[in-house]
Design a protein around this ligand. Structure first.
Ligand SMILES: [Zn+2]
Length: 276
């Protein structure tokens, strides 16, 4: 393959091993194939999975909770492209794999009965009751379950509701401070983002951010509101964030350091969520 036809490489991190989003009829394409490989990068042994994708247009590197490094390659891309990709992206790969290992061991050590709420570790206790519900008393989260309801589902609903209330209120308070108007605020499950901002002025937030301290949540909100004035990550954008959130670097680091807890042992898989 000549250098001109070499596809660009896209590096992403995913919250979990997600199934293909769309199924094709059998006659259109064979199922995406997976193969396991190993290599040495700067003297460090690594293993990775190659996924040949019917839909991929570029070579894409992903870090997934279960599989670690996954290299997604387009249907016709030759396998001998992979050593080049590993060489070119070795710093990204080694850095992400190191973080992945740390997160895996932290997740293994984590207490499944402790969850974060507004940055505080809260102890979860479950009792049977005549209706589902959650109440917070100090650092104790009491989950009431009715007749076989799922603790995960009930807790997640409560977290979502709390996230909607807090984020909605803070967006309303912070929007005039930044001199912006936001059309719509949605709190949802995002696969790859803590927050995002659309061209139309709609803001989306991942409900899991409610597990972070309020100062960190404010950073996420200010980050997205700042995008309403600067739809990029330029110097001007970061100056604006700095002006309204001087400790933004610390908050960004907090999100990175606590991503495993924020994804929630009791909820879903590990996630490594960047802001948009
Ligand atoms: Zn952004």
């Amino acid at each position: 393959m000549s250098p001109k036809t070499v596809p660009p490489i896209v590096c992403v991190t995913l919250p979990h091993d997600s199934p293909p989003q769309k199924r094709y009829p059998v006659f259109m394409s064979a199922p995406d194939s997976l193969s396991h490989h190993s290599a040495s990068l700067e003297g460090q042994p690594i293993s990775y999975v190659v996924k040949r994708s019917q839909r991929a247009r570029h070579i894409r590197l992903e870090i997934r909770a279960e599989s670690g490094l996954v290299i997604v390659i387009p249907r016709r891309c030759p396998l001998n492209e992979i050593p080049r990709v590993l060489r070119e992206k070795k710093r990204w790969i080694l850095g992400k794999l190191e973080r992945h290992r740390r997160n895996q061991s932290r997740r293994a050590q984590a207490d499944p009965n402790t969850v974060l709420y507004l940055g505080r570790p809260c102890r979860v206790s479950v009792v049977s009751d005549h209706a589902d519900g959650v109440s917070l008393d100090g650092n104790n989260l009491r989950v009431r379950l009715h007749n076989g309801s799922s603790r995960v589902v009930v807790l997640e609903q409560w977290y979502r509701g709390e996230a909607e209330k807090l984020i909605g209120a803070r967006v309303a308070e912070l929007s005039p401070v930044l001199g912006v108007t936001c059309r719509q605020v949605r709190v949802r499950t995002a696969r790859t983002r803590w927050g995002s901002c659309s061209q139309k002025g709609n803001l989306n937030f991942n409900w899991k951010v409610i597990m972070a301290p309020e100062s960190v949540i404010d950073y996420v909100i200010i980050h997205e509101l700042a995008h309403l004035r600067q739809m990029n990550h330029s110097r001007r954008f970061w100056d604006l964030v700095q002006q309204h959130c001087p400790e933004w670097r610390a908050h960004k680091s907090w999100l990175q350091a606590h991503q495993t807890e924020l994804s929630g042992v009791f909820l879903t898989e590990e996630s490594q969520l960047p802001l948009c």
